[in-house]
Design a protein around this ligand. Sequence first.
Ligand code: FAD
Length: 238
Amino acid sequence: MPVPSYIVSCTKNLLIAQDIYEFRFAKPKECNFKTGQFVLFDVPLVENSADIQTRALSIASTPSEDELIFVAKMKEGGRASRWIMELLKVESTVRMQGPFGNFTLDEKTPKDYLFIATSTGVAPFRSQIIDALKRGDRRRMDLVYGVRSQEDLFWDQELIALTQTYDNFFLHLALSNPTNDWKGHRGRVQTLMPQIIHDFSRKSVYVCGSPEMTKELKQLCLEQWTITKTDLHVEGYI
Ligand SMILES: Cc1cc2nc3c(=O)[nH]c(=O)nc-3n(C[C@H](O)[C@H](O)[C@H](O)COP(=O)(O)OP(=O)(O)OC[C@H]3O[C@@H](n4cnc5c(N)ncnc54)[C@H](O)[C@@H]3O)c2cc1C
């Protein structure tokens, strides 16, 4: 089957935290995806619009939202980063292919969900958590979400609001370099996990973020917390 391809039109592009942009596109009617999947955008060079390469971005919206929501961390001189900062405006159009990927929720598992993200690794989890909660999934869901400092946090208010609406959703915010007034967890998520989660045997685990973070957590999950491969799902933002 050919991969679906769409021309999508931008509805929003905003700096929402330090080096973090959230951008949205109107969702084409025929566009279907599973929560946790990603798409590929045709990203032009700022200096030459005919020079195109694709970049992967996780879909952060749920299938029932009218917009496709994305969040990206800016890399100095990066192709997608420059496209987002310099070219992508409301009503800009771009070709998008997908959806792709198997980083989808195991809905049949009897276990609880444990989501672990750093920075924009939270994107697929926004989609998965909101969708599962709205579908009425009653299992316990924990999201451990780490960034460096307060300026790097985004979507925390929306996630906190979800904890107030759904008593089976628990948010654990962690800063590795907080100021004195920070009341949440302090440290890297890799180090903090055993303080936050006491019984890993009941968890179906999802990890998303930089390749360094996902590699380290994968090893800890399999070797120290004895999570089986069936219960471990990893997406590294290579
Ligand atoms: C499945 C998947 C999903 C993803 N989802 C997301 C997401 O939701 N959000 C997100 O932020 N990221 C996500 N990523 C990562 C994303 O695809 C990009 O890799 C990332 O945003 C960097 O893109 P870029 O084009 O800005 O940088 P790139 O152009 O890829 O460059 C990366 C870095 O390398 C440097 N560089 C590039 N070329 C050279 C060169 N010739 N010499 C020296 N240095 C160079 C750049 O300056 C930059 O710092 C995902 C990745 C995967 C695989």
